[in-house]
Write a protein that binds this ligand. Structure first.
Ligand SMILES: [Zn+2]
Length: 197
């Protein structure tokens, strides 16, 4: 039997816990624009390179690379497990953490479900990213170039999916204009006929 904190409780803790308040208990933070800077608690330094982003609720140290969210900070700083860190924050915020237990089979089923979801997302992302690099992705690449986005940037942000959607949409606005339709968008049978002819 595994004690497990429900996802909605974890989400509420993340949404309500202020990383500036929590980190501020351990580190003297100075506001600088949208960020807060301080001396990193995870490595020795004299010049502050530890940055807290209040808006994104994340911390990052440019000196040692330590980074994470408010739960990650407590885990790293106090050596807590994930549930311990969540409970500590929940206590502080007055959020009730229901005691829930699930057997190992249920936990394994849940993990499998999550794996399937991530695998499908990863596959789709990789597929569309690859499409962008093929000859049929020419129009999408042109679209990127027109907007001043280079290939590396495009790849980094995996924009293939959204851009091909835009191209498909623009093509559908011009149903008669077959010349504008990118190769990758024609059906398999059309492409096959074309390659035979
Ligand atoms: Zn550091």
């Amino acid at each position: 039997m595994v004690a497990r904190i429900p996802d909605n409780v974890v989400d509420e803790v993340k949404a309500r816990a202020s990383i500036v308040d929590i980190v501020g208990e351990y580190v003297r933070l100075k506001r600088k624009g949208a960020r807060y800077l301080g001396l990193c608690p995870f490595h020795n330094e004299k010049t502050p390179s530890f940055s807290v982003n209040a808006e994104r609720n994340l911390y990052h140290c440019f000196g040692c690379g330590a980074s994470g969210d408010v739960i990650g900070f407590l885990r790293q700083h106090d050596g807590l497990s994930f549930p311990e860190a969540v409970r500590k924050l929940a206590d502080r915020l007055g959020i009730a953490v229901p005691e829930s237990h699930e057997d190992d089979a249920t936990a394994r089923a849940r993990a499998r479900e999550k794996d399937r979801y991530f695998e499908a997302t990863r596959y789709a992302s990789e597929f569309f990213r690859r499409q962008l690099t093929t000859p049929s992705g020419k129009q999408a690449r042109q679209y990127l170039a027109d907007r001043g986005i280079d290939e590396q940037t495009a790849e980094a942000f995996e924009q293939g999916l959204g851009l091909l959607g835009v191209v498909r949409h623009e093509s559908s606005l011009d149903p008669g204009g077959r010349g504008r339709r990118p190769e990758g968008m024609v059906g398999r049978s059309t492409a096959a006929r074309r390659s035979r002819g």
